[in-house]
Write a protein that binds this ligand. Structure first.
Ligand code: PLP
Length: 381
């Protein structure tokens, strides 16, 4: 199998798995217990929290563990909206966010909040000028993703952070695709809240992270016990949190090597594909992008059919389309980037990870050309 769907999820590092094992089986104490067996797990959670604080240039007490990136996103939107309801009811986001943000916004719209969904340009980038222009006296939160999960475009987070700071508005960024893959400094970016998810950077599934800058008004999403300083109840997923801590440390230690490898794999793919299928279009920004994600429109074919043929050849990619009630709908991200229907329908996403090798590229390019041939000639496979 060639796995190039790393934006969906990543392979867990061996060192992460090994580090988690004792906390799945042997050290099963509850981190809230007073006895030393429980205190042992409390310590390893604190250690993992410290790794994330180091990774983001935050303080340990500003890192909160959740169950996934979606929970972190929901908490940021709903928690800040509720905490600041007395001050205002307007939130700014973009039309290309992950459904975790878009659907959380839909939910709060139902209880009377107003949400502005900013447009993006043809590269999938939001303009800081649009953010500035959409501010209202009652704006309480700006939430803009760090990197888009379909096309990989990086947003001007630092510029937007400055606008938010100047106007004293809380600023959240969904950095689920970016954490572990690019260096992030929450102080430099003027970010008040930041979401991450361990399974996107070679950690386990089931662990999300929300950075909350000290003093940011927010109420809990999950009420219950006193875990996570009373801000996020629920007995901690100790093994998962330990794995997440190892994964972030591991990925950031190797970040330069990983980044140059991913860039090499992506550019090799684009060069080879363009030479064999000159009509393809690369969607997203040319330089301001995550190194591993490439989104390609291949004229005359449907991305869905391409994905299935590659699947039969043991290659895992994804498309931007979603199947809702039996009907194929094109990606909201590609639509927001003003792609025509045909280009949007034919789009596929290849997302490389650190475990891919140059040989994978040759096999992927050959398989895409084979599938293209079959689909355009309408032959039986
Ligand atoms: N935000 C972005 C940008 C994502 O790409 C994803 C997952 O694909 C999420 C949020 C949700 O993360 P999780 O799968 O951990 O819930």
């Amino acid at each position: 199998m060639i796995y190039v769907d790393n934006a969906a999820t990543t392979k867990m590092d061996d060192v992460v798995f090994a580090g988690m094992l004792p906390y799945i089986k042997d050290y099963y104490g509850n981190a809230s217990s007073q006895h030393s067996f429980g205190q042992l797990t409390r310590k390893v959670i604190a250690q993992a929290r410290h790794e994330f604080a180091l990774a983001l240039n935050a303080n340990d007490n500003e890192i909160f563990f959740t169950s996934c990136g979606s929970e972190s996103d929901n908490w940021a939107i709903k928690g800040v909206a509720q905490a600041l309801r007395h001050k205002g009811n307007h939130i700014i986001t973009t039309s290309i966010e992950h459904p975790a943000i878009l659907n959380a916004c839909k939910t709060i719209e139902k209880i009377g909040l107003k949400v502005t969904y900013l447009p993006v340009d043809k590269y999938g980038m939001v303009s800081p000028y649009d953010v500035q222009a959409s501010l209202r006296p009652n704006t309480i939160l700006i939430s803009i993703m760090y990197a888009n999960n379909e096309v990989g475009t990086l947003q001007p987070i630092k510029e937007i952070g400055l606008i938010a700071k100047k106007n004293k508005i809380s600023f959240h960024t969904d950095a689920v695709q970016a954490v572990g893959h690019v260096n992030i400094d929450v102080i430099d970016l003027n970010v008040d809240l930041l979401s991450a998810s361990a399974h996107k950077f070679n950690g386990p599934k089931g662990v999300g992270i929300l950075y909350i800058k000290d003093g940011t008004p927010i109420v809990p999403l999950v009420d219950g016990g006193h875990q996570e300083k009373g801000q996020r109840a629920g007995t901690e997923n100790v093994a998962g949190i330990v794995g997440a801590g190892i994964a972030i440390k591991n990925n950031l230690t190797d970040i330069e090597r990983n980044t140059s490898k991913l860039k090499m794999l992506s550019s090799r793919t684009v060069t080879k594909l363009c030479s064999r299928l000159p009509n393809i279009k690369i969607n997203g920004h040319e330089t301001k992008r995550l190194p591993g994600i490439i989104n390609i429109s291949i004229p005359k074919i449907e991305g869905e059919s391409m994905m299935h043929i590659l699947d039969m050849k043991g290659i895992c990619i994804s498309t931007g389309s979603a199947c809702t009630s039996g009907e194929m709908s094109t990606s909201h991200v590609l639509q927001a980037m003003s792609l025509n229907q045909e280009d949007a329908k034919s789009a596929i996403r290849i997302s490389f990870g650190k475990y891919n090798e140059p040989e994978d590229v040759d096999k992927i390019v050959d398989a895409i050309c084979f599938a293209y041939d079959k689909l355009t000639r309408n032959l039986n496979i």
